[in-house]
Design a protein around this ligand. Structure first.
Ligand SMILES: [Zn+2]
Length: 93
């Protein structure tokens, strides 16, 4: 699944946009260092997240509820001025 941020969910200034890391731009497309993505290329044994073996570590898990990414999520949410949630994304495929 590929996701893109809806236009209404990104209202940062150009200075905020300049600070976006390559990881932040890769993540919405599902191309990050998430276990699910690495597992699809047989680069990781499991697609489960280490925070909860019952959950797949995919993009939305990282964005919405993974405790491992909690600090990064808060930093991004403060920068964007909004909470990250599934409804802020459009499915593109
Ligand atoms: Zn997790």
């Amino acid at each position: 699944m590929h996701l893109s941020l809806s236009e209404t969910s990104v209202q940062g200034t150009s200075a905020q946009t300049d600070r976006m890391s390559s990881q932040m731009t890769q993540t919405p497309t599902g191309h990050g260092e998430f276990a699910e993505y690495l597992h699809s290329f047989k680069l990781k044994d499991s697609q489960c997240c280490t925070c909860d073996r019952a959950k797949n570590q995919d993009v939305m898990h990282g964005f919405e509820d993974c405790v491992i990414f909690a600090r990064d999520r808060v930093v991004v949410e403060i920068g964007m001025g909004t909470r990250i949630s599934r409804r802020n994304f459009l499915e593109t495929s």
